[in-house]
Ligand binder design. Structure first.
Ligand code: BEZ
Length: 251
């Protein structure tokens, strides 16, 4: 069965606005200059793309989701539906920027090659995504819930969460020079119940079940997660670990 994850911009805005709100450290690492030509890889609904444009950059956003691209265009952005594994750009960009997207791209060498081709000599690839161990508690509860229903398949998990060592080596193999790379544990308070997070991000797991069983499945996963991720005040915190890096295509 193919992986399935759909993006509803309204649901995303309600449950996942924090993804862009917490994206400023990677924007700071990018050090965007007015007039720079920047590709935002996996731009989603364009919240951070818009920030870069407001800083005086000329930004192009790409994302695999046509719905999210529609939302990004609604902000007046230059945005295009494109699979990050098949970037088609010539070496024209000063920088490729990405926040919270690379972990959805499970063939990293293809992504890195496309980024390389899109960058001018001296261009930067600056990104943040989920890193090794990210949301491990949630993934474990989802996989255990499916296993109890007799479903077991390593392809269900839609995410690629590499170590800093692994991703750095892949970048260097392509020819990039690393300026910075780190795994950063970042327990992340959620704006609401974990069910909202699961409905927004975990469709690849839930879609393995008939629609009528999904509500019960999510309730069961929630129950398993309460002692691990929910405090006595009902505040949910997801066990995020970020991978953040800055690399350069040499002159
Ligand atoms: C994120 O948006 O950063 C994210 C999404 C799903 C799983 C882990 C991280």
């Amino acid at each position: 069965m193919p992986q399935s994850q759909s993006w509803d911009p309204d649901r995303y805005a309600q449950n996942a606005r924090f993804v862009a709100d917490l994206g400023m450290p990677v924007v700071e690492l990018l050090e965007p200059e007015p007039g720079e030509y920047i590709l935002d890889l996996g731009c989603g609904d364009g919240a951070l793309t818009e920030k870069l444009a407001d800083m005086g950059c000329t930004v192009v956003g790409v994302d695999g989701s046509a719905e999210q691209i529609k939302a990004a265009r609604g902000r007046g952005l230059d945005a295009h539906t494109m699979d990050g594994h098949h970037l088609t750009y010539e070496p024209t960009f000063d920088a490729v920027f990405s926040n919270a997207a690379l972990h959805w791209m499970k063939r990293p060498d293809e992504v890195i090659a496309g980024v390389w081709n899109a960058l001018k000599p001296g261009g930067r690839f600056v990104a943040e995504c989920g890193g090794h161990g990210c949301v491990n508690t949630i993934v474990t509860a989802l996989m255990e819930g499916l296993q109890r229903r007799g479903i077991q398949d390593s392809k269900i998990n839609p995410w690629y969460f590499p170590t800093d060592d692994e991703y750095g080596k892949r970048l260097e193999k392509q020819g990039f020079v690393m300026h910075y790379i780190a795994l950063i544990p970042r327990p992340t308070p959620l704006p609401g119940d974990i069910i909202g997070w699961l409905e927004t991000f975990a469709e690849s797991f839930t879609s393995r079940l008939p629609e009528a069983e999904r509500g019960e499945f999510l309730a069961e996963v929630r129950t398993a997660l309460v002692p691990k991720l929910c405090d006595e005040n009902g505040q949910w915190t997801a066990d995020y670990i970020r991978l953040r890096f800055a690399a350069e295509k040499p002159q």
